[in-house]
Ligand binder design. Structure first.
Ligand code: R5P
Length: 302
């Protein structure tokens, strides 16, 4: 029993209780746990996120740049708001002291040698809770051979996630033979949101991305895609956030960069500080050169 104390008397009767709207698009009606997890992904100051995607191994093995995640990716982790990865890499390689959000790959099955859309749910919700993840990511193949199955994976995860307070990220996967245009992405992103995804990862397109973002009632994060020159990747990120994306989920354009640490910081500048592509590229070059000097110095000492 606590000691008896005097009854309180400061009720601040002249100050109305604050009722804040939640800063993540479409999330106001969610429960506290969901919102708290979304705040581990989206920065409450900028409303945006830099997710570092390193989950490629789940269908294609040791991808260039990810052969040794302990060596190449851990130095980048402090600059990422969130890591997107598999539970295998999380448990084996990521220190539990990592402060950012974890977005766990929750679908999988086929390798690059097979039909990729034929995925199953690959993580139990209990394990996701045990790993204290901020969200689960599931691939959705609109127009793909196993379209319905992949949507069913997503809706089952949304149901389970709702039970436990874990948001679901729908990743729009586009088949090689499909046309990447605004019409397709409006369709794919809207279907994911309508069926319950809490946010959606999708590709940037130069014509009509703003309509994709506007017609999707939850946040979009821009997928990085194959490696392109740094200035182009920064320009694409800039356009995406200016046209309505709530950040990026980028892998190869960061970890396959000639200077990954410099690149992720430049991407952060674009996403969180609205740096223009040229400014961000200058920052990239400056940090890259600083890094080079450090390496040369280190080598000389040896
Ligand atoms: C597949 O769609 C996965 O989500 C990827 O493994 C990854 O997230 C793609 O990242 P990026 O295209 O930026 O390398």
């Amino acid at each position: 029993m606590p000691e008896a104390d005097k009854e309180g008397k400061d009720y601040f009767l002249d100050i109305p209780t604050k009722e804040e709207g939640f800063f993540v698009k479409g999330s106001n009606a969610l429960d506290w746990g969901m919102k708290n997890r979304l705040s581990r992904i989206f920065n409450p100051d900028s409303g945006r996120t830099v997710m570092l995607a390193i989950d490629h191994g789940y269908f294609q093995g040791p991808t260039t740049g990810l052969e040794r995640i302990d060596v190449t990716i851990l130095p980048l982790a402090p600059y990422a708001d969130t890591l997107m990865l598999t539970r295998g890499i999380l448990r084996t390689t990521i220190p539990p002291s990592f402060q950012g959000g974890i977005v766990l790959r929750a679908s999988g099955g086929p390798s690059v040698l097979k039909e990729l859309s034929n995925e199953e749910i690959a993580v139990d919700m209990e394990d996701a809770v045990r790993l204290n993840v901020a969200a689960l990511a599931v691939q959705v193949f609109i127009g793909g051979e196993y379209e319905t199955k992949s949507i069913n994976n997503m809706t089952r995860l949304v149901d389970m996630g709702t039970r436990y307070g874990i948001p679901i990220l729908a990743v729009t996967a586009v088949g090689k033979d499909m046309k990447r245009d605004a019409r397709y992405f409006r369709l794919a992103c809207r279907i994911c949101a309508e069926l319950g995804a809490h946010y959606v990862k999708t590709y940037y397109i130069s014509d009509g991305f703003d309509t994709v973002a506007a017609s999707c009632p939850v946040p979009l994060v821009m997928a990085g895609g194959r490696k392109i020159p740094e200035l182009d990747a920064l320009t694409m990120s800039y356009r995406a956030v200016q046209e309505g994306a709530a950040g990026v989920d980028m892998g190869r354009n960061i970890f396959q960069s000639e200077a990954p640490e410099a690149m992720i910081q430049a991407v952060r500048g674009v996403v969180h500080n609205n740096l223009k592509p040229k400014q961000a590229y200058e920052l990239f070059l400056e940090l890259k050169n600083k890094g080079k000097k450090k390496t040369t110095k280190g080598r000389k000492k040896k």
